[in-house]
Design a protein around this ligand. Structure first.
Ligand code: ZN
Length: 289
């Protein structure tokens, strides 16, 4: 009892001290303990083309580790990434790997890219794995990589295009493509190196973003803000979560990307709210293989 009284005294003194600088003081109890979720570990396939492998070989384990941190922090989900060099490095045109023509106008963001990558993923995914990513060099382009025109750094097939936050049932419909060559080029631009952004941060950000689309059909936070209503945790507070449609320069300093989170995980056990990335990711923990 004595300790408790002294504790209250201390709170009162703190309030008085704060009152000098602020107009009021409110004592708030700490939030209730959040329920501890068990881990969900998903099987995962990743493949690269040879050019991408040359770029990724010394980075891939770190990229995977940090991406897992982002999903683990928000929903206790992680991916069983095969460790290097266990990934499949396939030559174009060999072993069922389709020939991707880097000069094909459909390669990147035009009206038919959805169909182009949709069939690429459906024809190539090893469906023994629940989720998957292909790292490919990406399109050749006539415009300078360090210019201001937007570049498509990754693509996730959306088999449920007209239903937000809905993951397709078939693993063949789940897949992302990440353009290694474009990311590598950007990380060598003067605006990137001059600002001191670590190169690996952009790889992590693109992979986490695309896996957000794939793992829970997450939407872009700037286009669909009503699915991203939660606070963005530190150290990115005050900015968009990783599902922002661009790689925000201000967040490139931060190695581990963040998803927006529900205020109180206890109230969020209602199945499948869609107010935050965390809601949706927790909902889709139902995919456990
Ligand atoms: Zn996106």
């Amino acid at each position: 009892m004595r300790k408790m009284i002294r504790g209250l005294d201390a709170i009162a003194q703190t309030c008085m001290a704060l009152a000098v600088a602020a107009t009021g003081c409110r004592y708030q109890p700490p939030p209730p303990d959040q329920p501890l979720l068990t881990w969900v570990t998903n099987s995962f396939e990743y493949s690269t083309d040879p050019g991408s492998w040359a770029i990724l070989t010394n980075k891939i384990d770190d990229i995977h580790k940090v991406t897992n941190s982002a999903f683990g922090q928000v929903a206790r989900i992680n991916f069983n990434f095969p460790s290097a060099p266990g990934s499949t490095v396939l030559s174009n045109g060999g072993q069922g790997w389709p020939i991707l023509d880097r000069n094909d106008p459909n390669y990147v963001n035009d009206g038919s890219s959805e169909r182009f990558y949709g069939s690429f993923i459906q024809n190539t995914r090893n469906t023994n794995s629940a989720f998957g990513v292909f790292w490919v060099l990406g399109p050749n382009s006539s415009f300078p990589i360090c210019g201001t025109q937007p570049k498509v750094l990754g693509f996730t097939y959306d088999a449920t295009l007209y239903a937000d936050n809905q993951v397709p049932g078939a693993a063949s419909n789940r897949g992302s493509v990440v353009f290694t060559g474009w990311i590598d080029g950007i990380t060598q631009c003067q605006w990137y190196t001059g600002a001191g952004y670590p190169a690996i941060n952009l790889y992590i950000r693109v992979l986490t973003h695309e896996m957000g689309h794939q793992r829970a059909d997450l939407t872009h936070s700037d286009e669909f803000p009503y699915y991203h209503t939660g606070p963005v945790p530190v150290p990115s507070s005050g900015t968009f979560d990783v599902m922002y449609s661009n790689a925000l320069a201000s967040s490139l300093r931060i190695k581990t990307p963040v998803f927006d989170q529900h205020f109180d995980l206890a109230t969020e056990q209602t199945p499948c709210l869609t107010l935050t990335c965390q809601d949706n990711l927790i909902c889709w923990r139902s995919i456990t293989n």
